[in-house]
Design a protein. Structure first.
Length: 351
C-alpha cells in the first residue's frame, strides 16, 4: 500500500512539472502600446484616436513613401498613409460602406502617386499635392474632421484608418504605370468618359453604368434659376459675339448630348457652348442638364454632382451595399486597369 502511494505521488509530481514546463514555453501576450498598429490590419482594432493622435508609421508600405503637401500657409511632408487618411476623410462620407471607403483609398493613393511622379508641377512647384479639392484632392486634418464629425469622430476616424490600412500599398495600374484615378460624387445613370469631358481619351476612363439613385444621393436632382437679365449678361461676358436679342425665346437653340447623356454643346445666341463651360458659368452641379425657359427666368435642372469621370463615390457605395468588394468596384469604374502595388511603381522608377 505504501508503495502504491509513493508511485501515485511521483506521477502527480511529474504531471505538475510537465504543466509548468508547458506554461514556461508559451510566449506571454505582449501589451499593445498606445498608438501602435497591429502587424496586420484588423477591423476589430478598437483603439480610440484623439485629434492629436498620429497615424501609425513604420509598419506599412504607405508609410515608406513621403508626400509633400502644400497647405495654405506652409509646405509639409507627410507619410503617404497619414496623408491618405486626411484625403479619404475629406473626400468621402465616413458613413459609407467599408468597401466603398477602401475603393476611395486606392483611387486616392493612385492619384497621389501620379502627382509624386509628375515632373512638372507649376501650380505648386515645391509640393506634390495641395489641399484644394478643385485642383488636387481634399485633405482634412484630425482637428477639422473632429469639427465635421463631432461625437462620431473616434468611430469614423478609426474606420477611415482601417480603410487605408486594409488597402496598404494597393494602387491602380495600366501598362505598369499608375492611372489617372479621377473620381466624382455622383453620376446621372452613367459615368462620362475622359474624352467627352477633357478631350483626352484614356482606355480605362470610359463611360459605364452607375448605380446610385435619387434615394441614395442628397441633392441628386437640383436646379438653378437665373433671371433673363443675369443669363444674358453672363453669356455676353464670356461670349461677346453671342446674338441675344430682346426675345429670350430665341436665345437657346439645339443641344447635342455626349454618349453618357450629358450636354456636349448647346447653341446659345448662335454660338455652340460646351456643357462643361455652361456648368462653370452658372455654377451647376453637373453637365447632365435640362434647360427650361419661363417668362422671367432660365432654369437649369441637373442630375448628379461632379465632372462624371472615373469612380462615382455614391455609385461605389451602392455597389458595396449590394455586396461588391472594393476590387470589383474599382475594376468596374476603371475598366481595363489592374490592381498592383506601390512596390511595382517605384521598382520601375529605380530601373
Amino acid at each position: 500500500m505504501k508503495r502504491i502511494l509513493i508511485i501515485s505521488l511521483l506521477i502527480t509530481l511529474l504531471a505538475l512539472g510537465f504543466s509548468i514546463l508547458i506554461a514556461l514555453a508559451m510566449p506571454l501576450p505582449s501589451a499593445r502600446m498606445r498608438g501602435q498598429a497591429p502587424s496586420s490590419p484588423s477591423p476589430s482594432d478598437t483603439a480610440s484616436p484623439s485629434p492629436s493622435a498620429a497615424v501609425p508609421t513604420g509598419r506599412f508600405l504607405d508609410d515608406t513613401i513621403a508626400v509633400t503637401v502644400a497647405f495654405p500657409d506652409e509646405v509639409r511632408t507627410l507619410p503617404l498613409g497619414e496623408y491618405l487618411v486626411g484625403v479619404v476623410g475629406g473626400e468621402m462620407p465616413a458613413s459609407f460602406e467599408m468597401e466603398a471607403l477602401k475603393a476611395q483609398a486606392v483611387a486616392a493613393r493612385t492619384y497621389t502617386l501620379t502627382r509624386i511622379l509628375a515632373s512638372n508641377k507649376p501650380e505648386h512647384p515645391d509640393a506634390d499635392v495641395c489641399t484644394d479639392h478643385t485642383h488636387c484632392q481634399a485633405y482634412l486634418t484630425a482637428e477639422e474632421l473632429t469639427e465635421r464629425w463631432g461625437e462620431d469622430f473616434n468611430a469614423y476616424y478609426q474606420k477611415i484608418i482601417d480603410a487605408v490600412r486594409y488597402t496598404d500599398g494597393v494602387c491602380l495600374l495600366y501598362g505598369g504605370a499608375p492611372i489617372e484615378a479621377v473620381f466624382h460624387s455622383s453620376s446621372a445613370g452613367k459615368t462620362a468618359s475622359s474624352a467627352e469631358v477633357w478631350g483626352k481619351p484614356l482606355p480605362y476612363l470610359v463611360s459605364v453604368e452607375s448605380f446610385e439613385t435619387a434615394d441614395d444621393v442628397p441633392n441628386y436632382l437640383s436646379s438653378v434659376t437665373v433671371s433673363h437679365a443675369d443669363f444674358k449678361s453672363t453669356i455676353l461676358r464670356a461670349y461677346p459675339n453671342a446674338a441675344l436679342g430682346d426675345n429670350p425665346e430665341e436665345w437657346i437653340g439645339a443641344k447635342t448630348l455626349s454618349p453618357s447623356g450629358r450636354i456636349d454643346t448647346v447653341i446659345i445666341g448662335g454660338i455652340g457652348i460646351p456643357g462643361t463651360e455652361l456648368r462653370t458659368l452658372f455654377g451647376l452641379r453637373s453637365t447632365a442638364i435640362e434647360i427650361e425657359l419661363t417668362e422671367t427666368d432660365v432654369v437649369f435642372f441637373t442630375t448628379g454632382y461632379g465632372h462624371g469621370v472615373g469612380l462615382s463615390q455614391y455609385g461605389a457605395n451602392a455597389m458595396a451595399r449590394a455586396g461588391s468588394g472594393y476590387e470589383d468596384i474599382l475594376m468596374w469604374y476603371y475598366q481595363g486597369a489592374s490592381l498592383g502595388s506601390v512596390k511595382e511603381v517605384f521598382a520601375g522608377q529605380d530601373g
